[in-house]
Design a binder for this molecule. Structure first.
Ligand SMILES: [Zn+2]
Ligand SMILES: [Zn+2]
Length: 291
């Protein structure tokens, strides 16, 4: 399946390169926008969104049943999601033009995107969920599916934990000189697509999602002390967070990419970050990227 994913990129490469060149010429005379490149048809976008949600469902629940063997379908689903993204849309071409202009070459990025997804997301998730599924992490108890007051309370509190930790990290990546250079690569993605979730400096990826996901898991495992709450909250929070980069969803985060707007939240759509300084002249990412 890995070979199929890379094969699709290799077959599509000449067309993507031609599209990136056309985009470069066009951008010399006018600012280019989402209408200026071939997006995937709506039906294909919806299919890939369904695959994304299925993929996260698999990430969350398959290790409970298959342990580390769940990595096999997890990788297959991920490659299918990335492959369809390249097959039907030219978003990767236009993003790779900006990435190239900023010193990040196409094939290096194709490799890094997968490395990020597998090393930072897929494998740790599989290990974590294998432990949770066997109840090892929480009191040795089973993760029994149910819906009650504790599950609802844990969902509401998890929303707050993820939102606060993600937003503070994301704001810092835009405003602190010591951190902004890490976030530059991710913002070379002007047009969100399946590849955007892996288009990260690896440290940036860990800063943005690490505290939010680890904090939320620990909140449910240590304070709430319920393995089912960990699984359920991981599932919906990751579905929601990942679909922020989905083209069909066209989320506030998609606009954050397109215009580098000052929307730093993951779930909320409002501007700003809980009252943290938010003046456009103090934002560093827009100043450092060559578009
Ligand atoms: Zn950002
Ligand atoms: Zn993003």
């Amino acid at each position: 399946m890995l070979a199929l994913g890379w094969g699709i990129v290799a077959v599509r490469y000449p067309q993507l390169k031609a599209e990136a060149d056309r985009f470069e010429i066009m951008s010399r005379s006018k600012p280019v926008g989402p209408k200026d490149y071939a997006q995937a048809p709506q039906s294909m976008q919806l299919l890939n969104l369904a695959i994304l949600l299925g993929m996260i469902t698999l990430y969350t629940f398959a290790p409970m049943f298959f342990g580390l063997w769940a990595l096999v379908p997890m990788v297959c689903y991920t490659e299918m999601h990335l492959g369809l993204d390249v097959l039907f849309s030219n978003a990767m071409a236009v993003n790779s033009y900006v990435l190239g202009k900023n010193g990040y070459p196409f094939w290096g990025m194709t490799f890094l995107i997968r490395l990020n997804i597998y090393v930072v997301v897929t494998i740790p998730t599989c290990i974590l969920m294998t432990y949770l599924g066997s109840g090892t992490l929480v009191n040795g108890s089973e993760a029994a599916p149910r819906l009650d007051g504790l599950v609802l309370a844990s969902a509401a509190s998890s929303f707050v934990v993820v939102e606060i930790l993600f937003t503070i990290g994301h704001w810092a990546l835009h405003h602190l000189p010591s951190m902004a250079h890490l976030h530059k690569m991710h913002h070379c993605v002007r047009f969100v697509n399946a590849h955007a979730f892996g288009t990260f400096n690896m440290i940036d990826l860990m800063i943005e999602f690490g505290p939010a996901i680890v904090g939320m898991v620990m909140w449910n495992a240590v304070v709430i002390q319920d393995p089912w709450c960990v699984l359920l909250n991981y599932w919906w929070a990751t579905c929601w967070g990942a679909s922020d980069h989905d083209p069909w969803m066209n989320s506030a985060h998609a606009k954050h990419h397109l215009y580098t707007t000052n929307r730093y939240h993951i779930f909320l759509t409002s501007k700003g970050a809980f009252g943290l300084p938010n003046e456009p002249e103090k934002e560093l990412i827009r100043k450092t990227i060559k578009f």
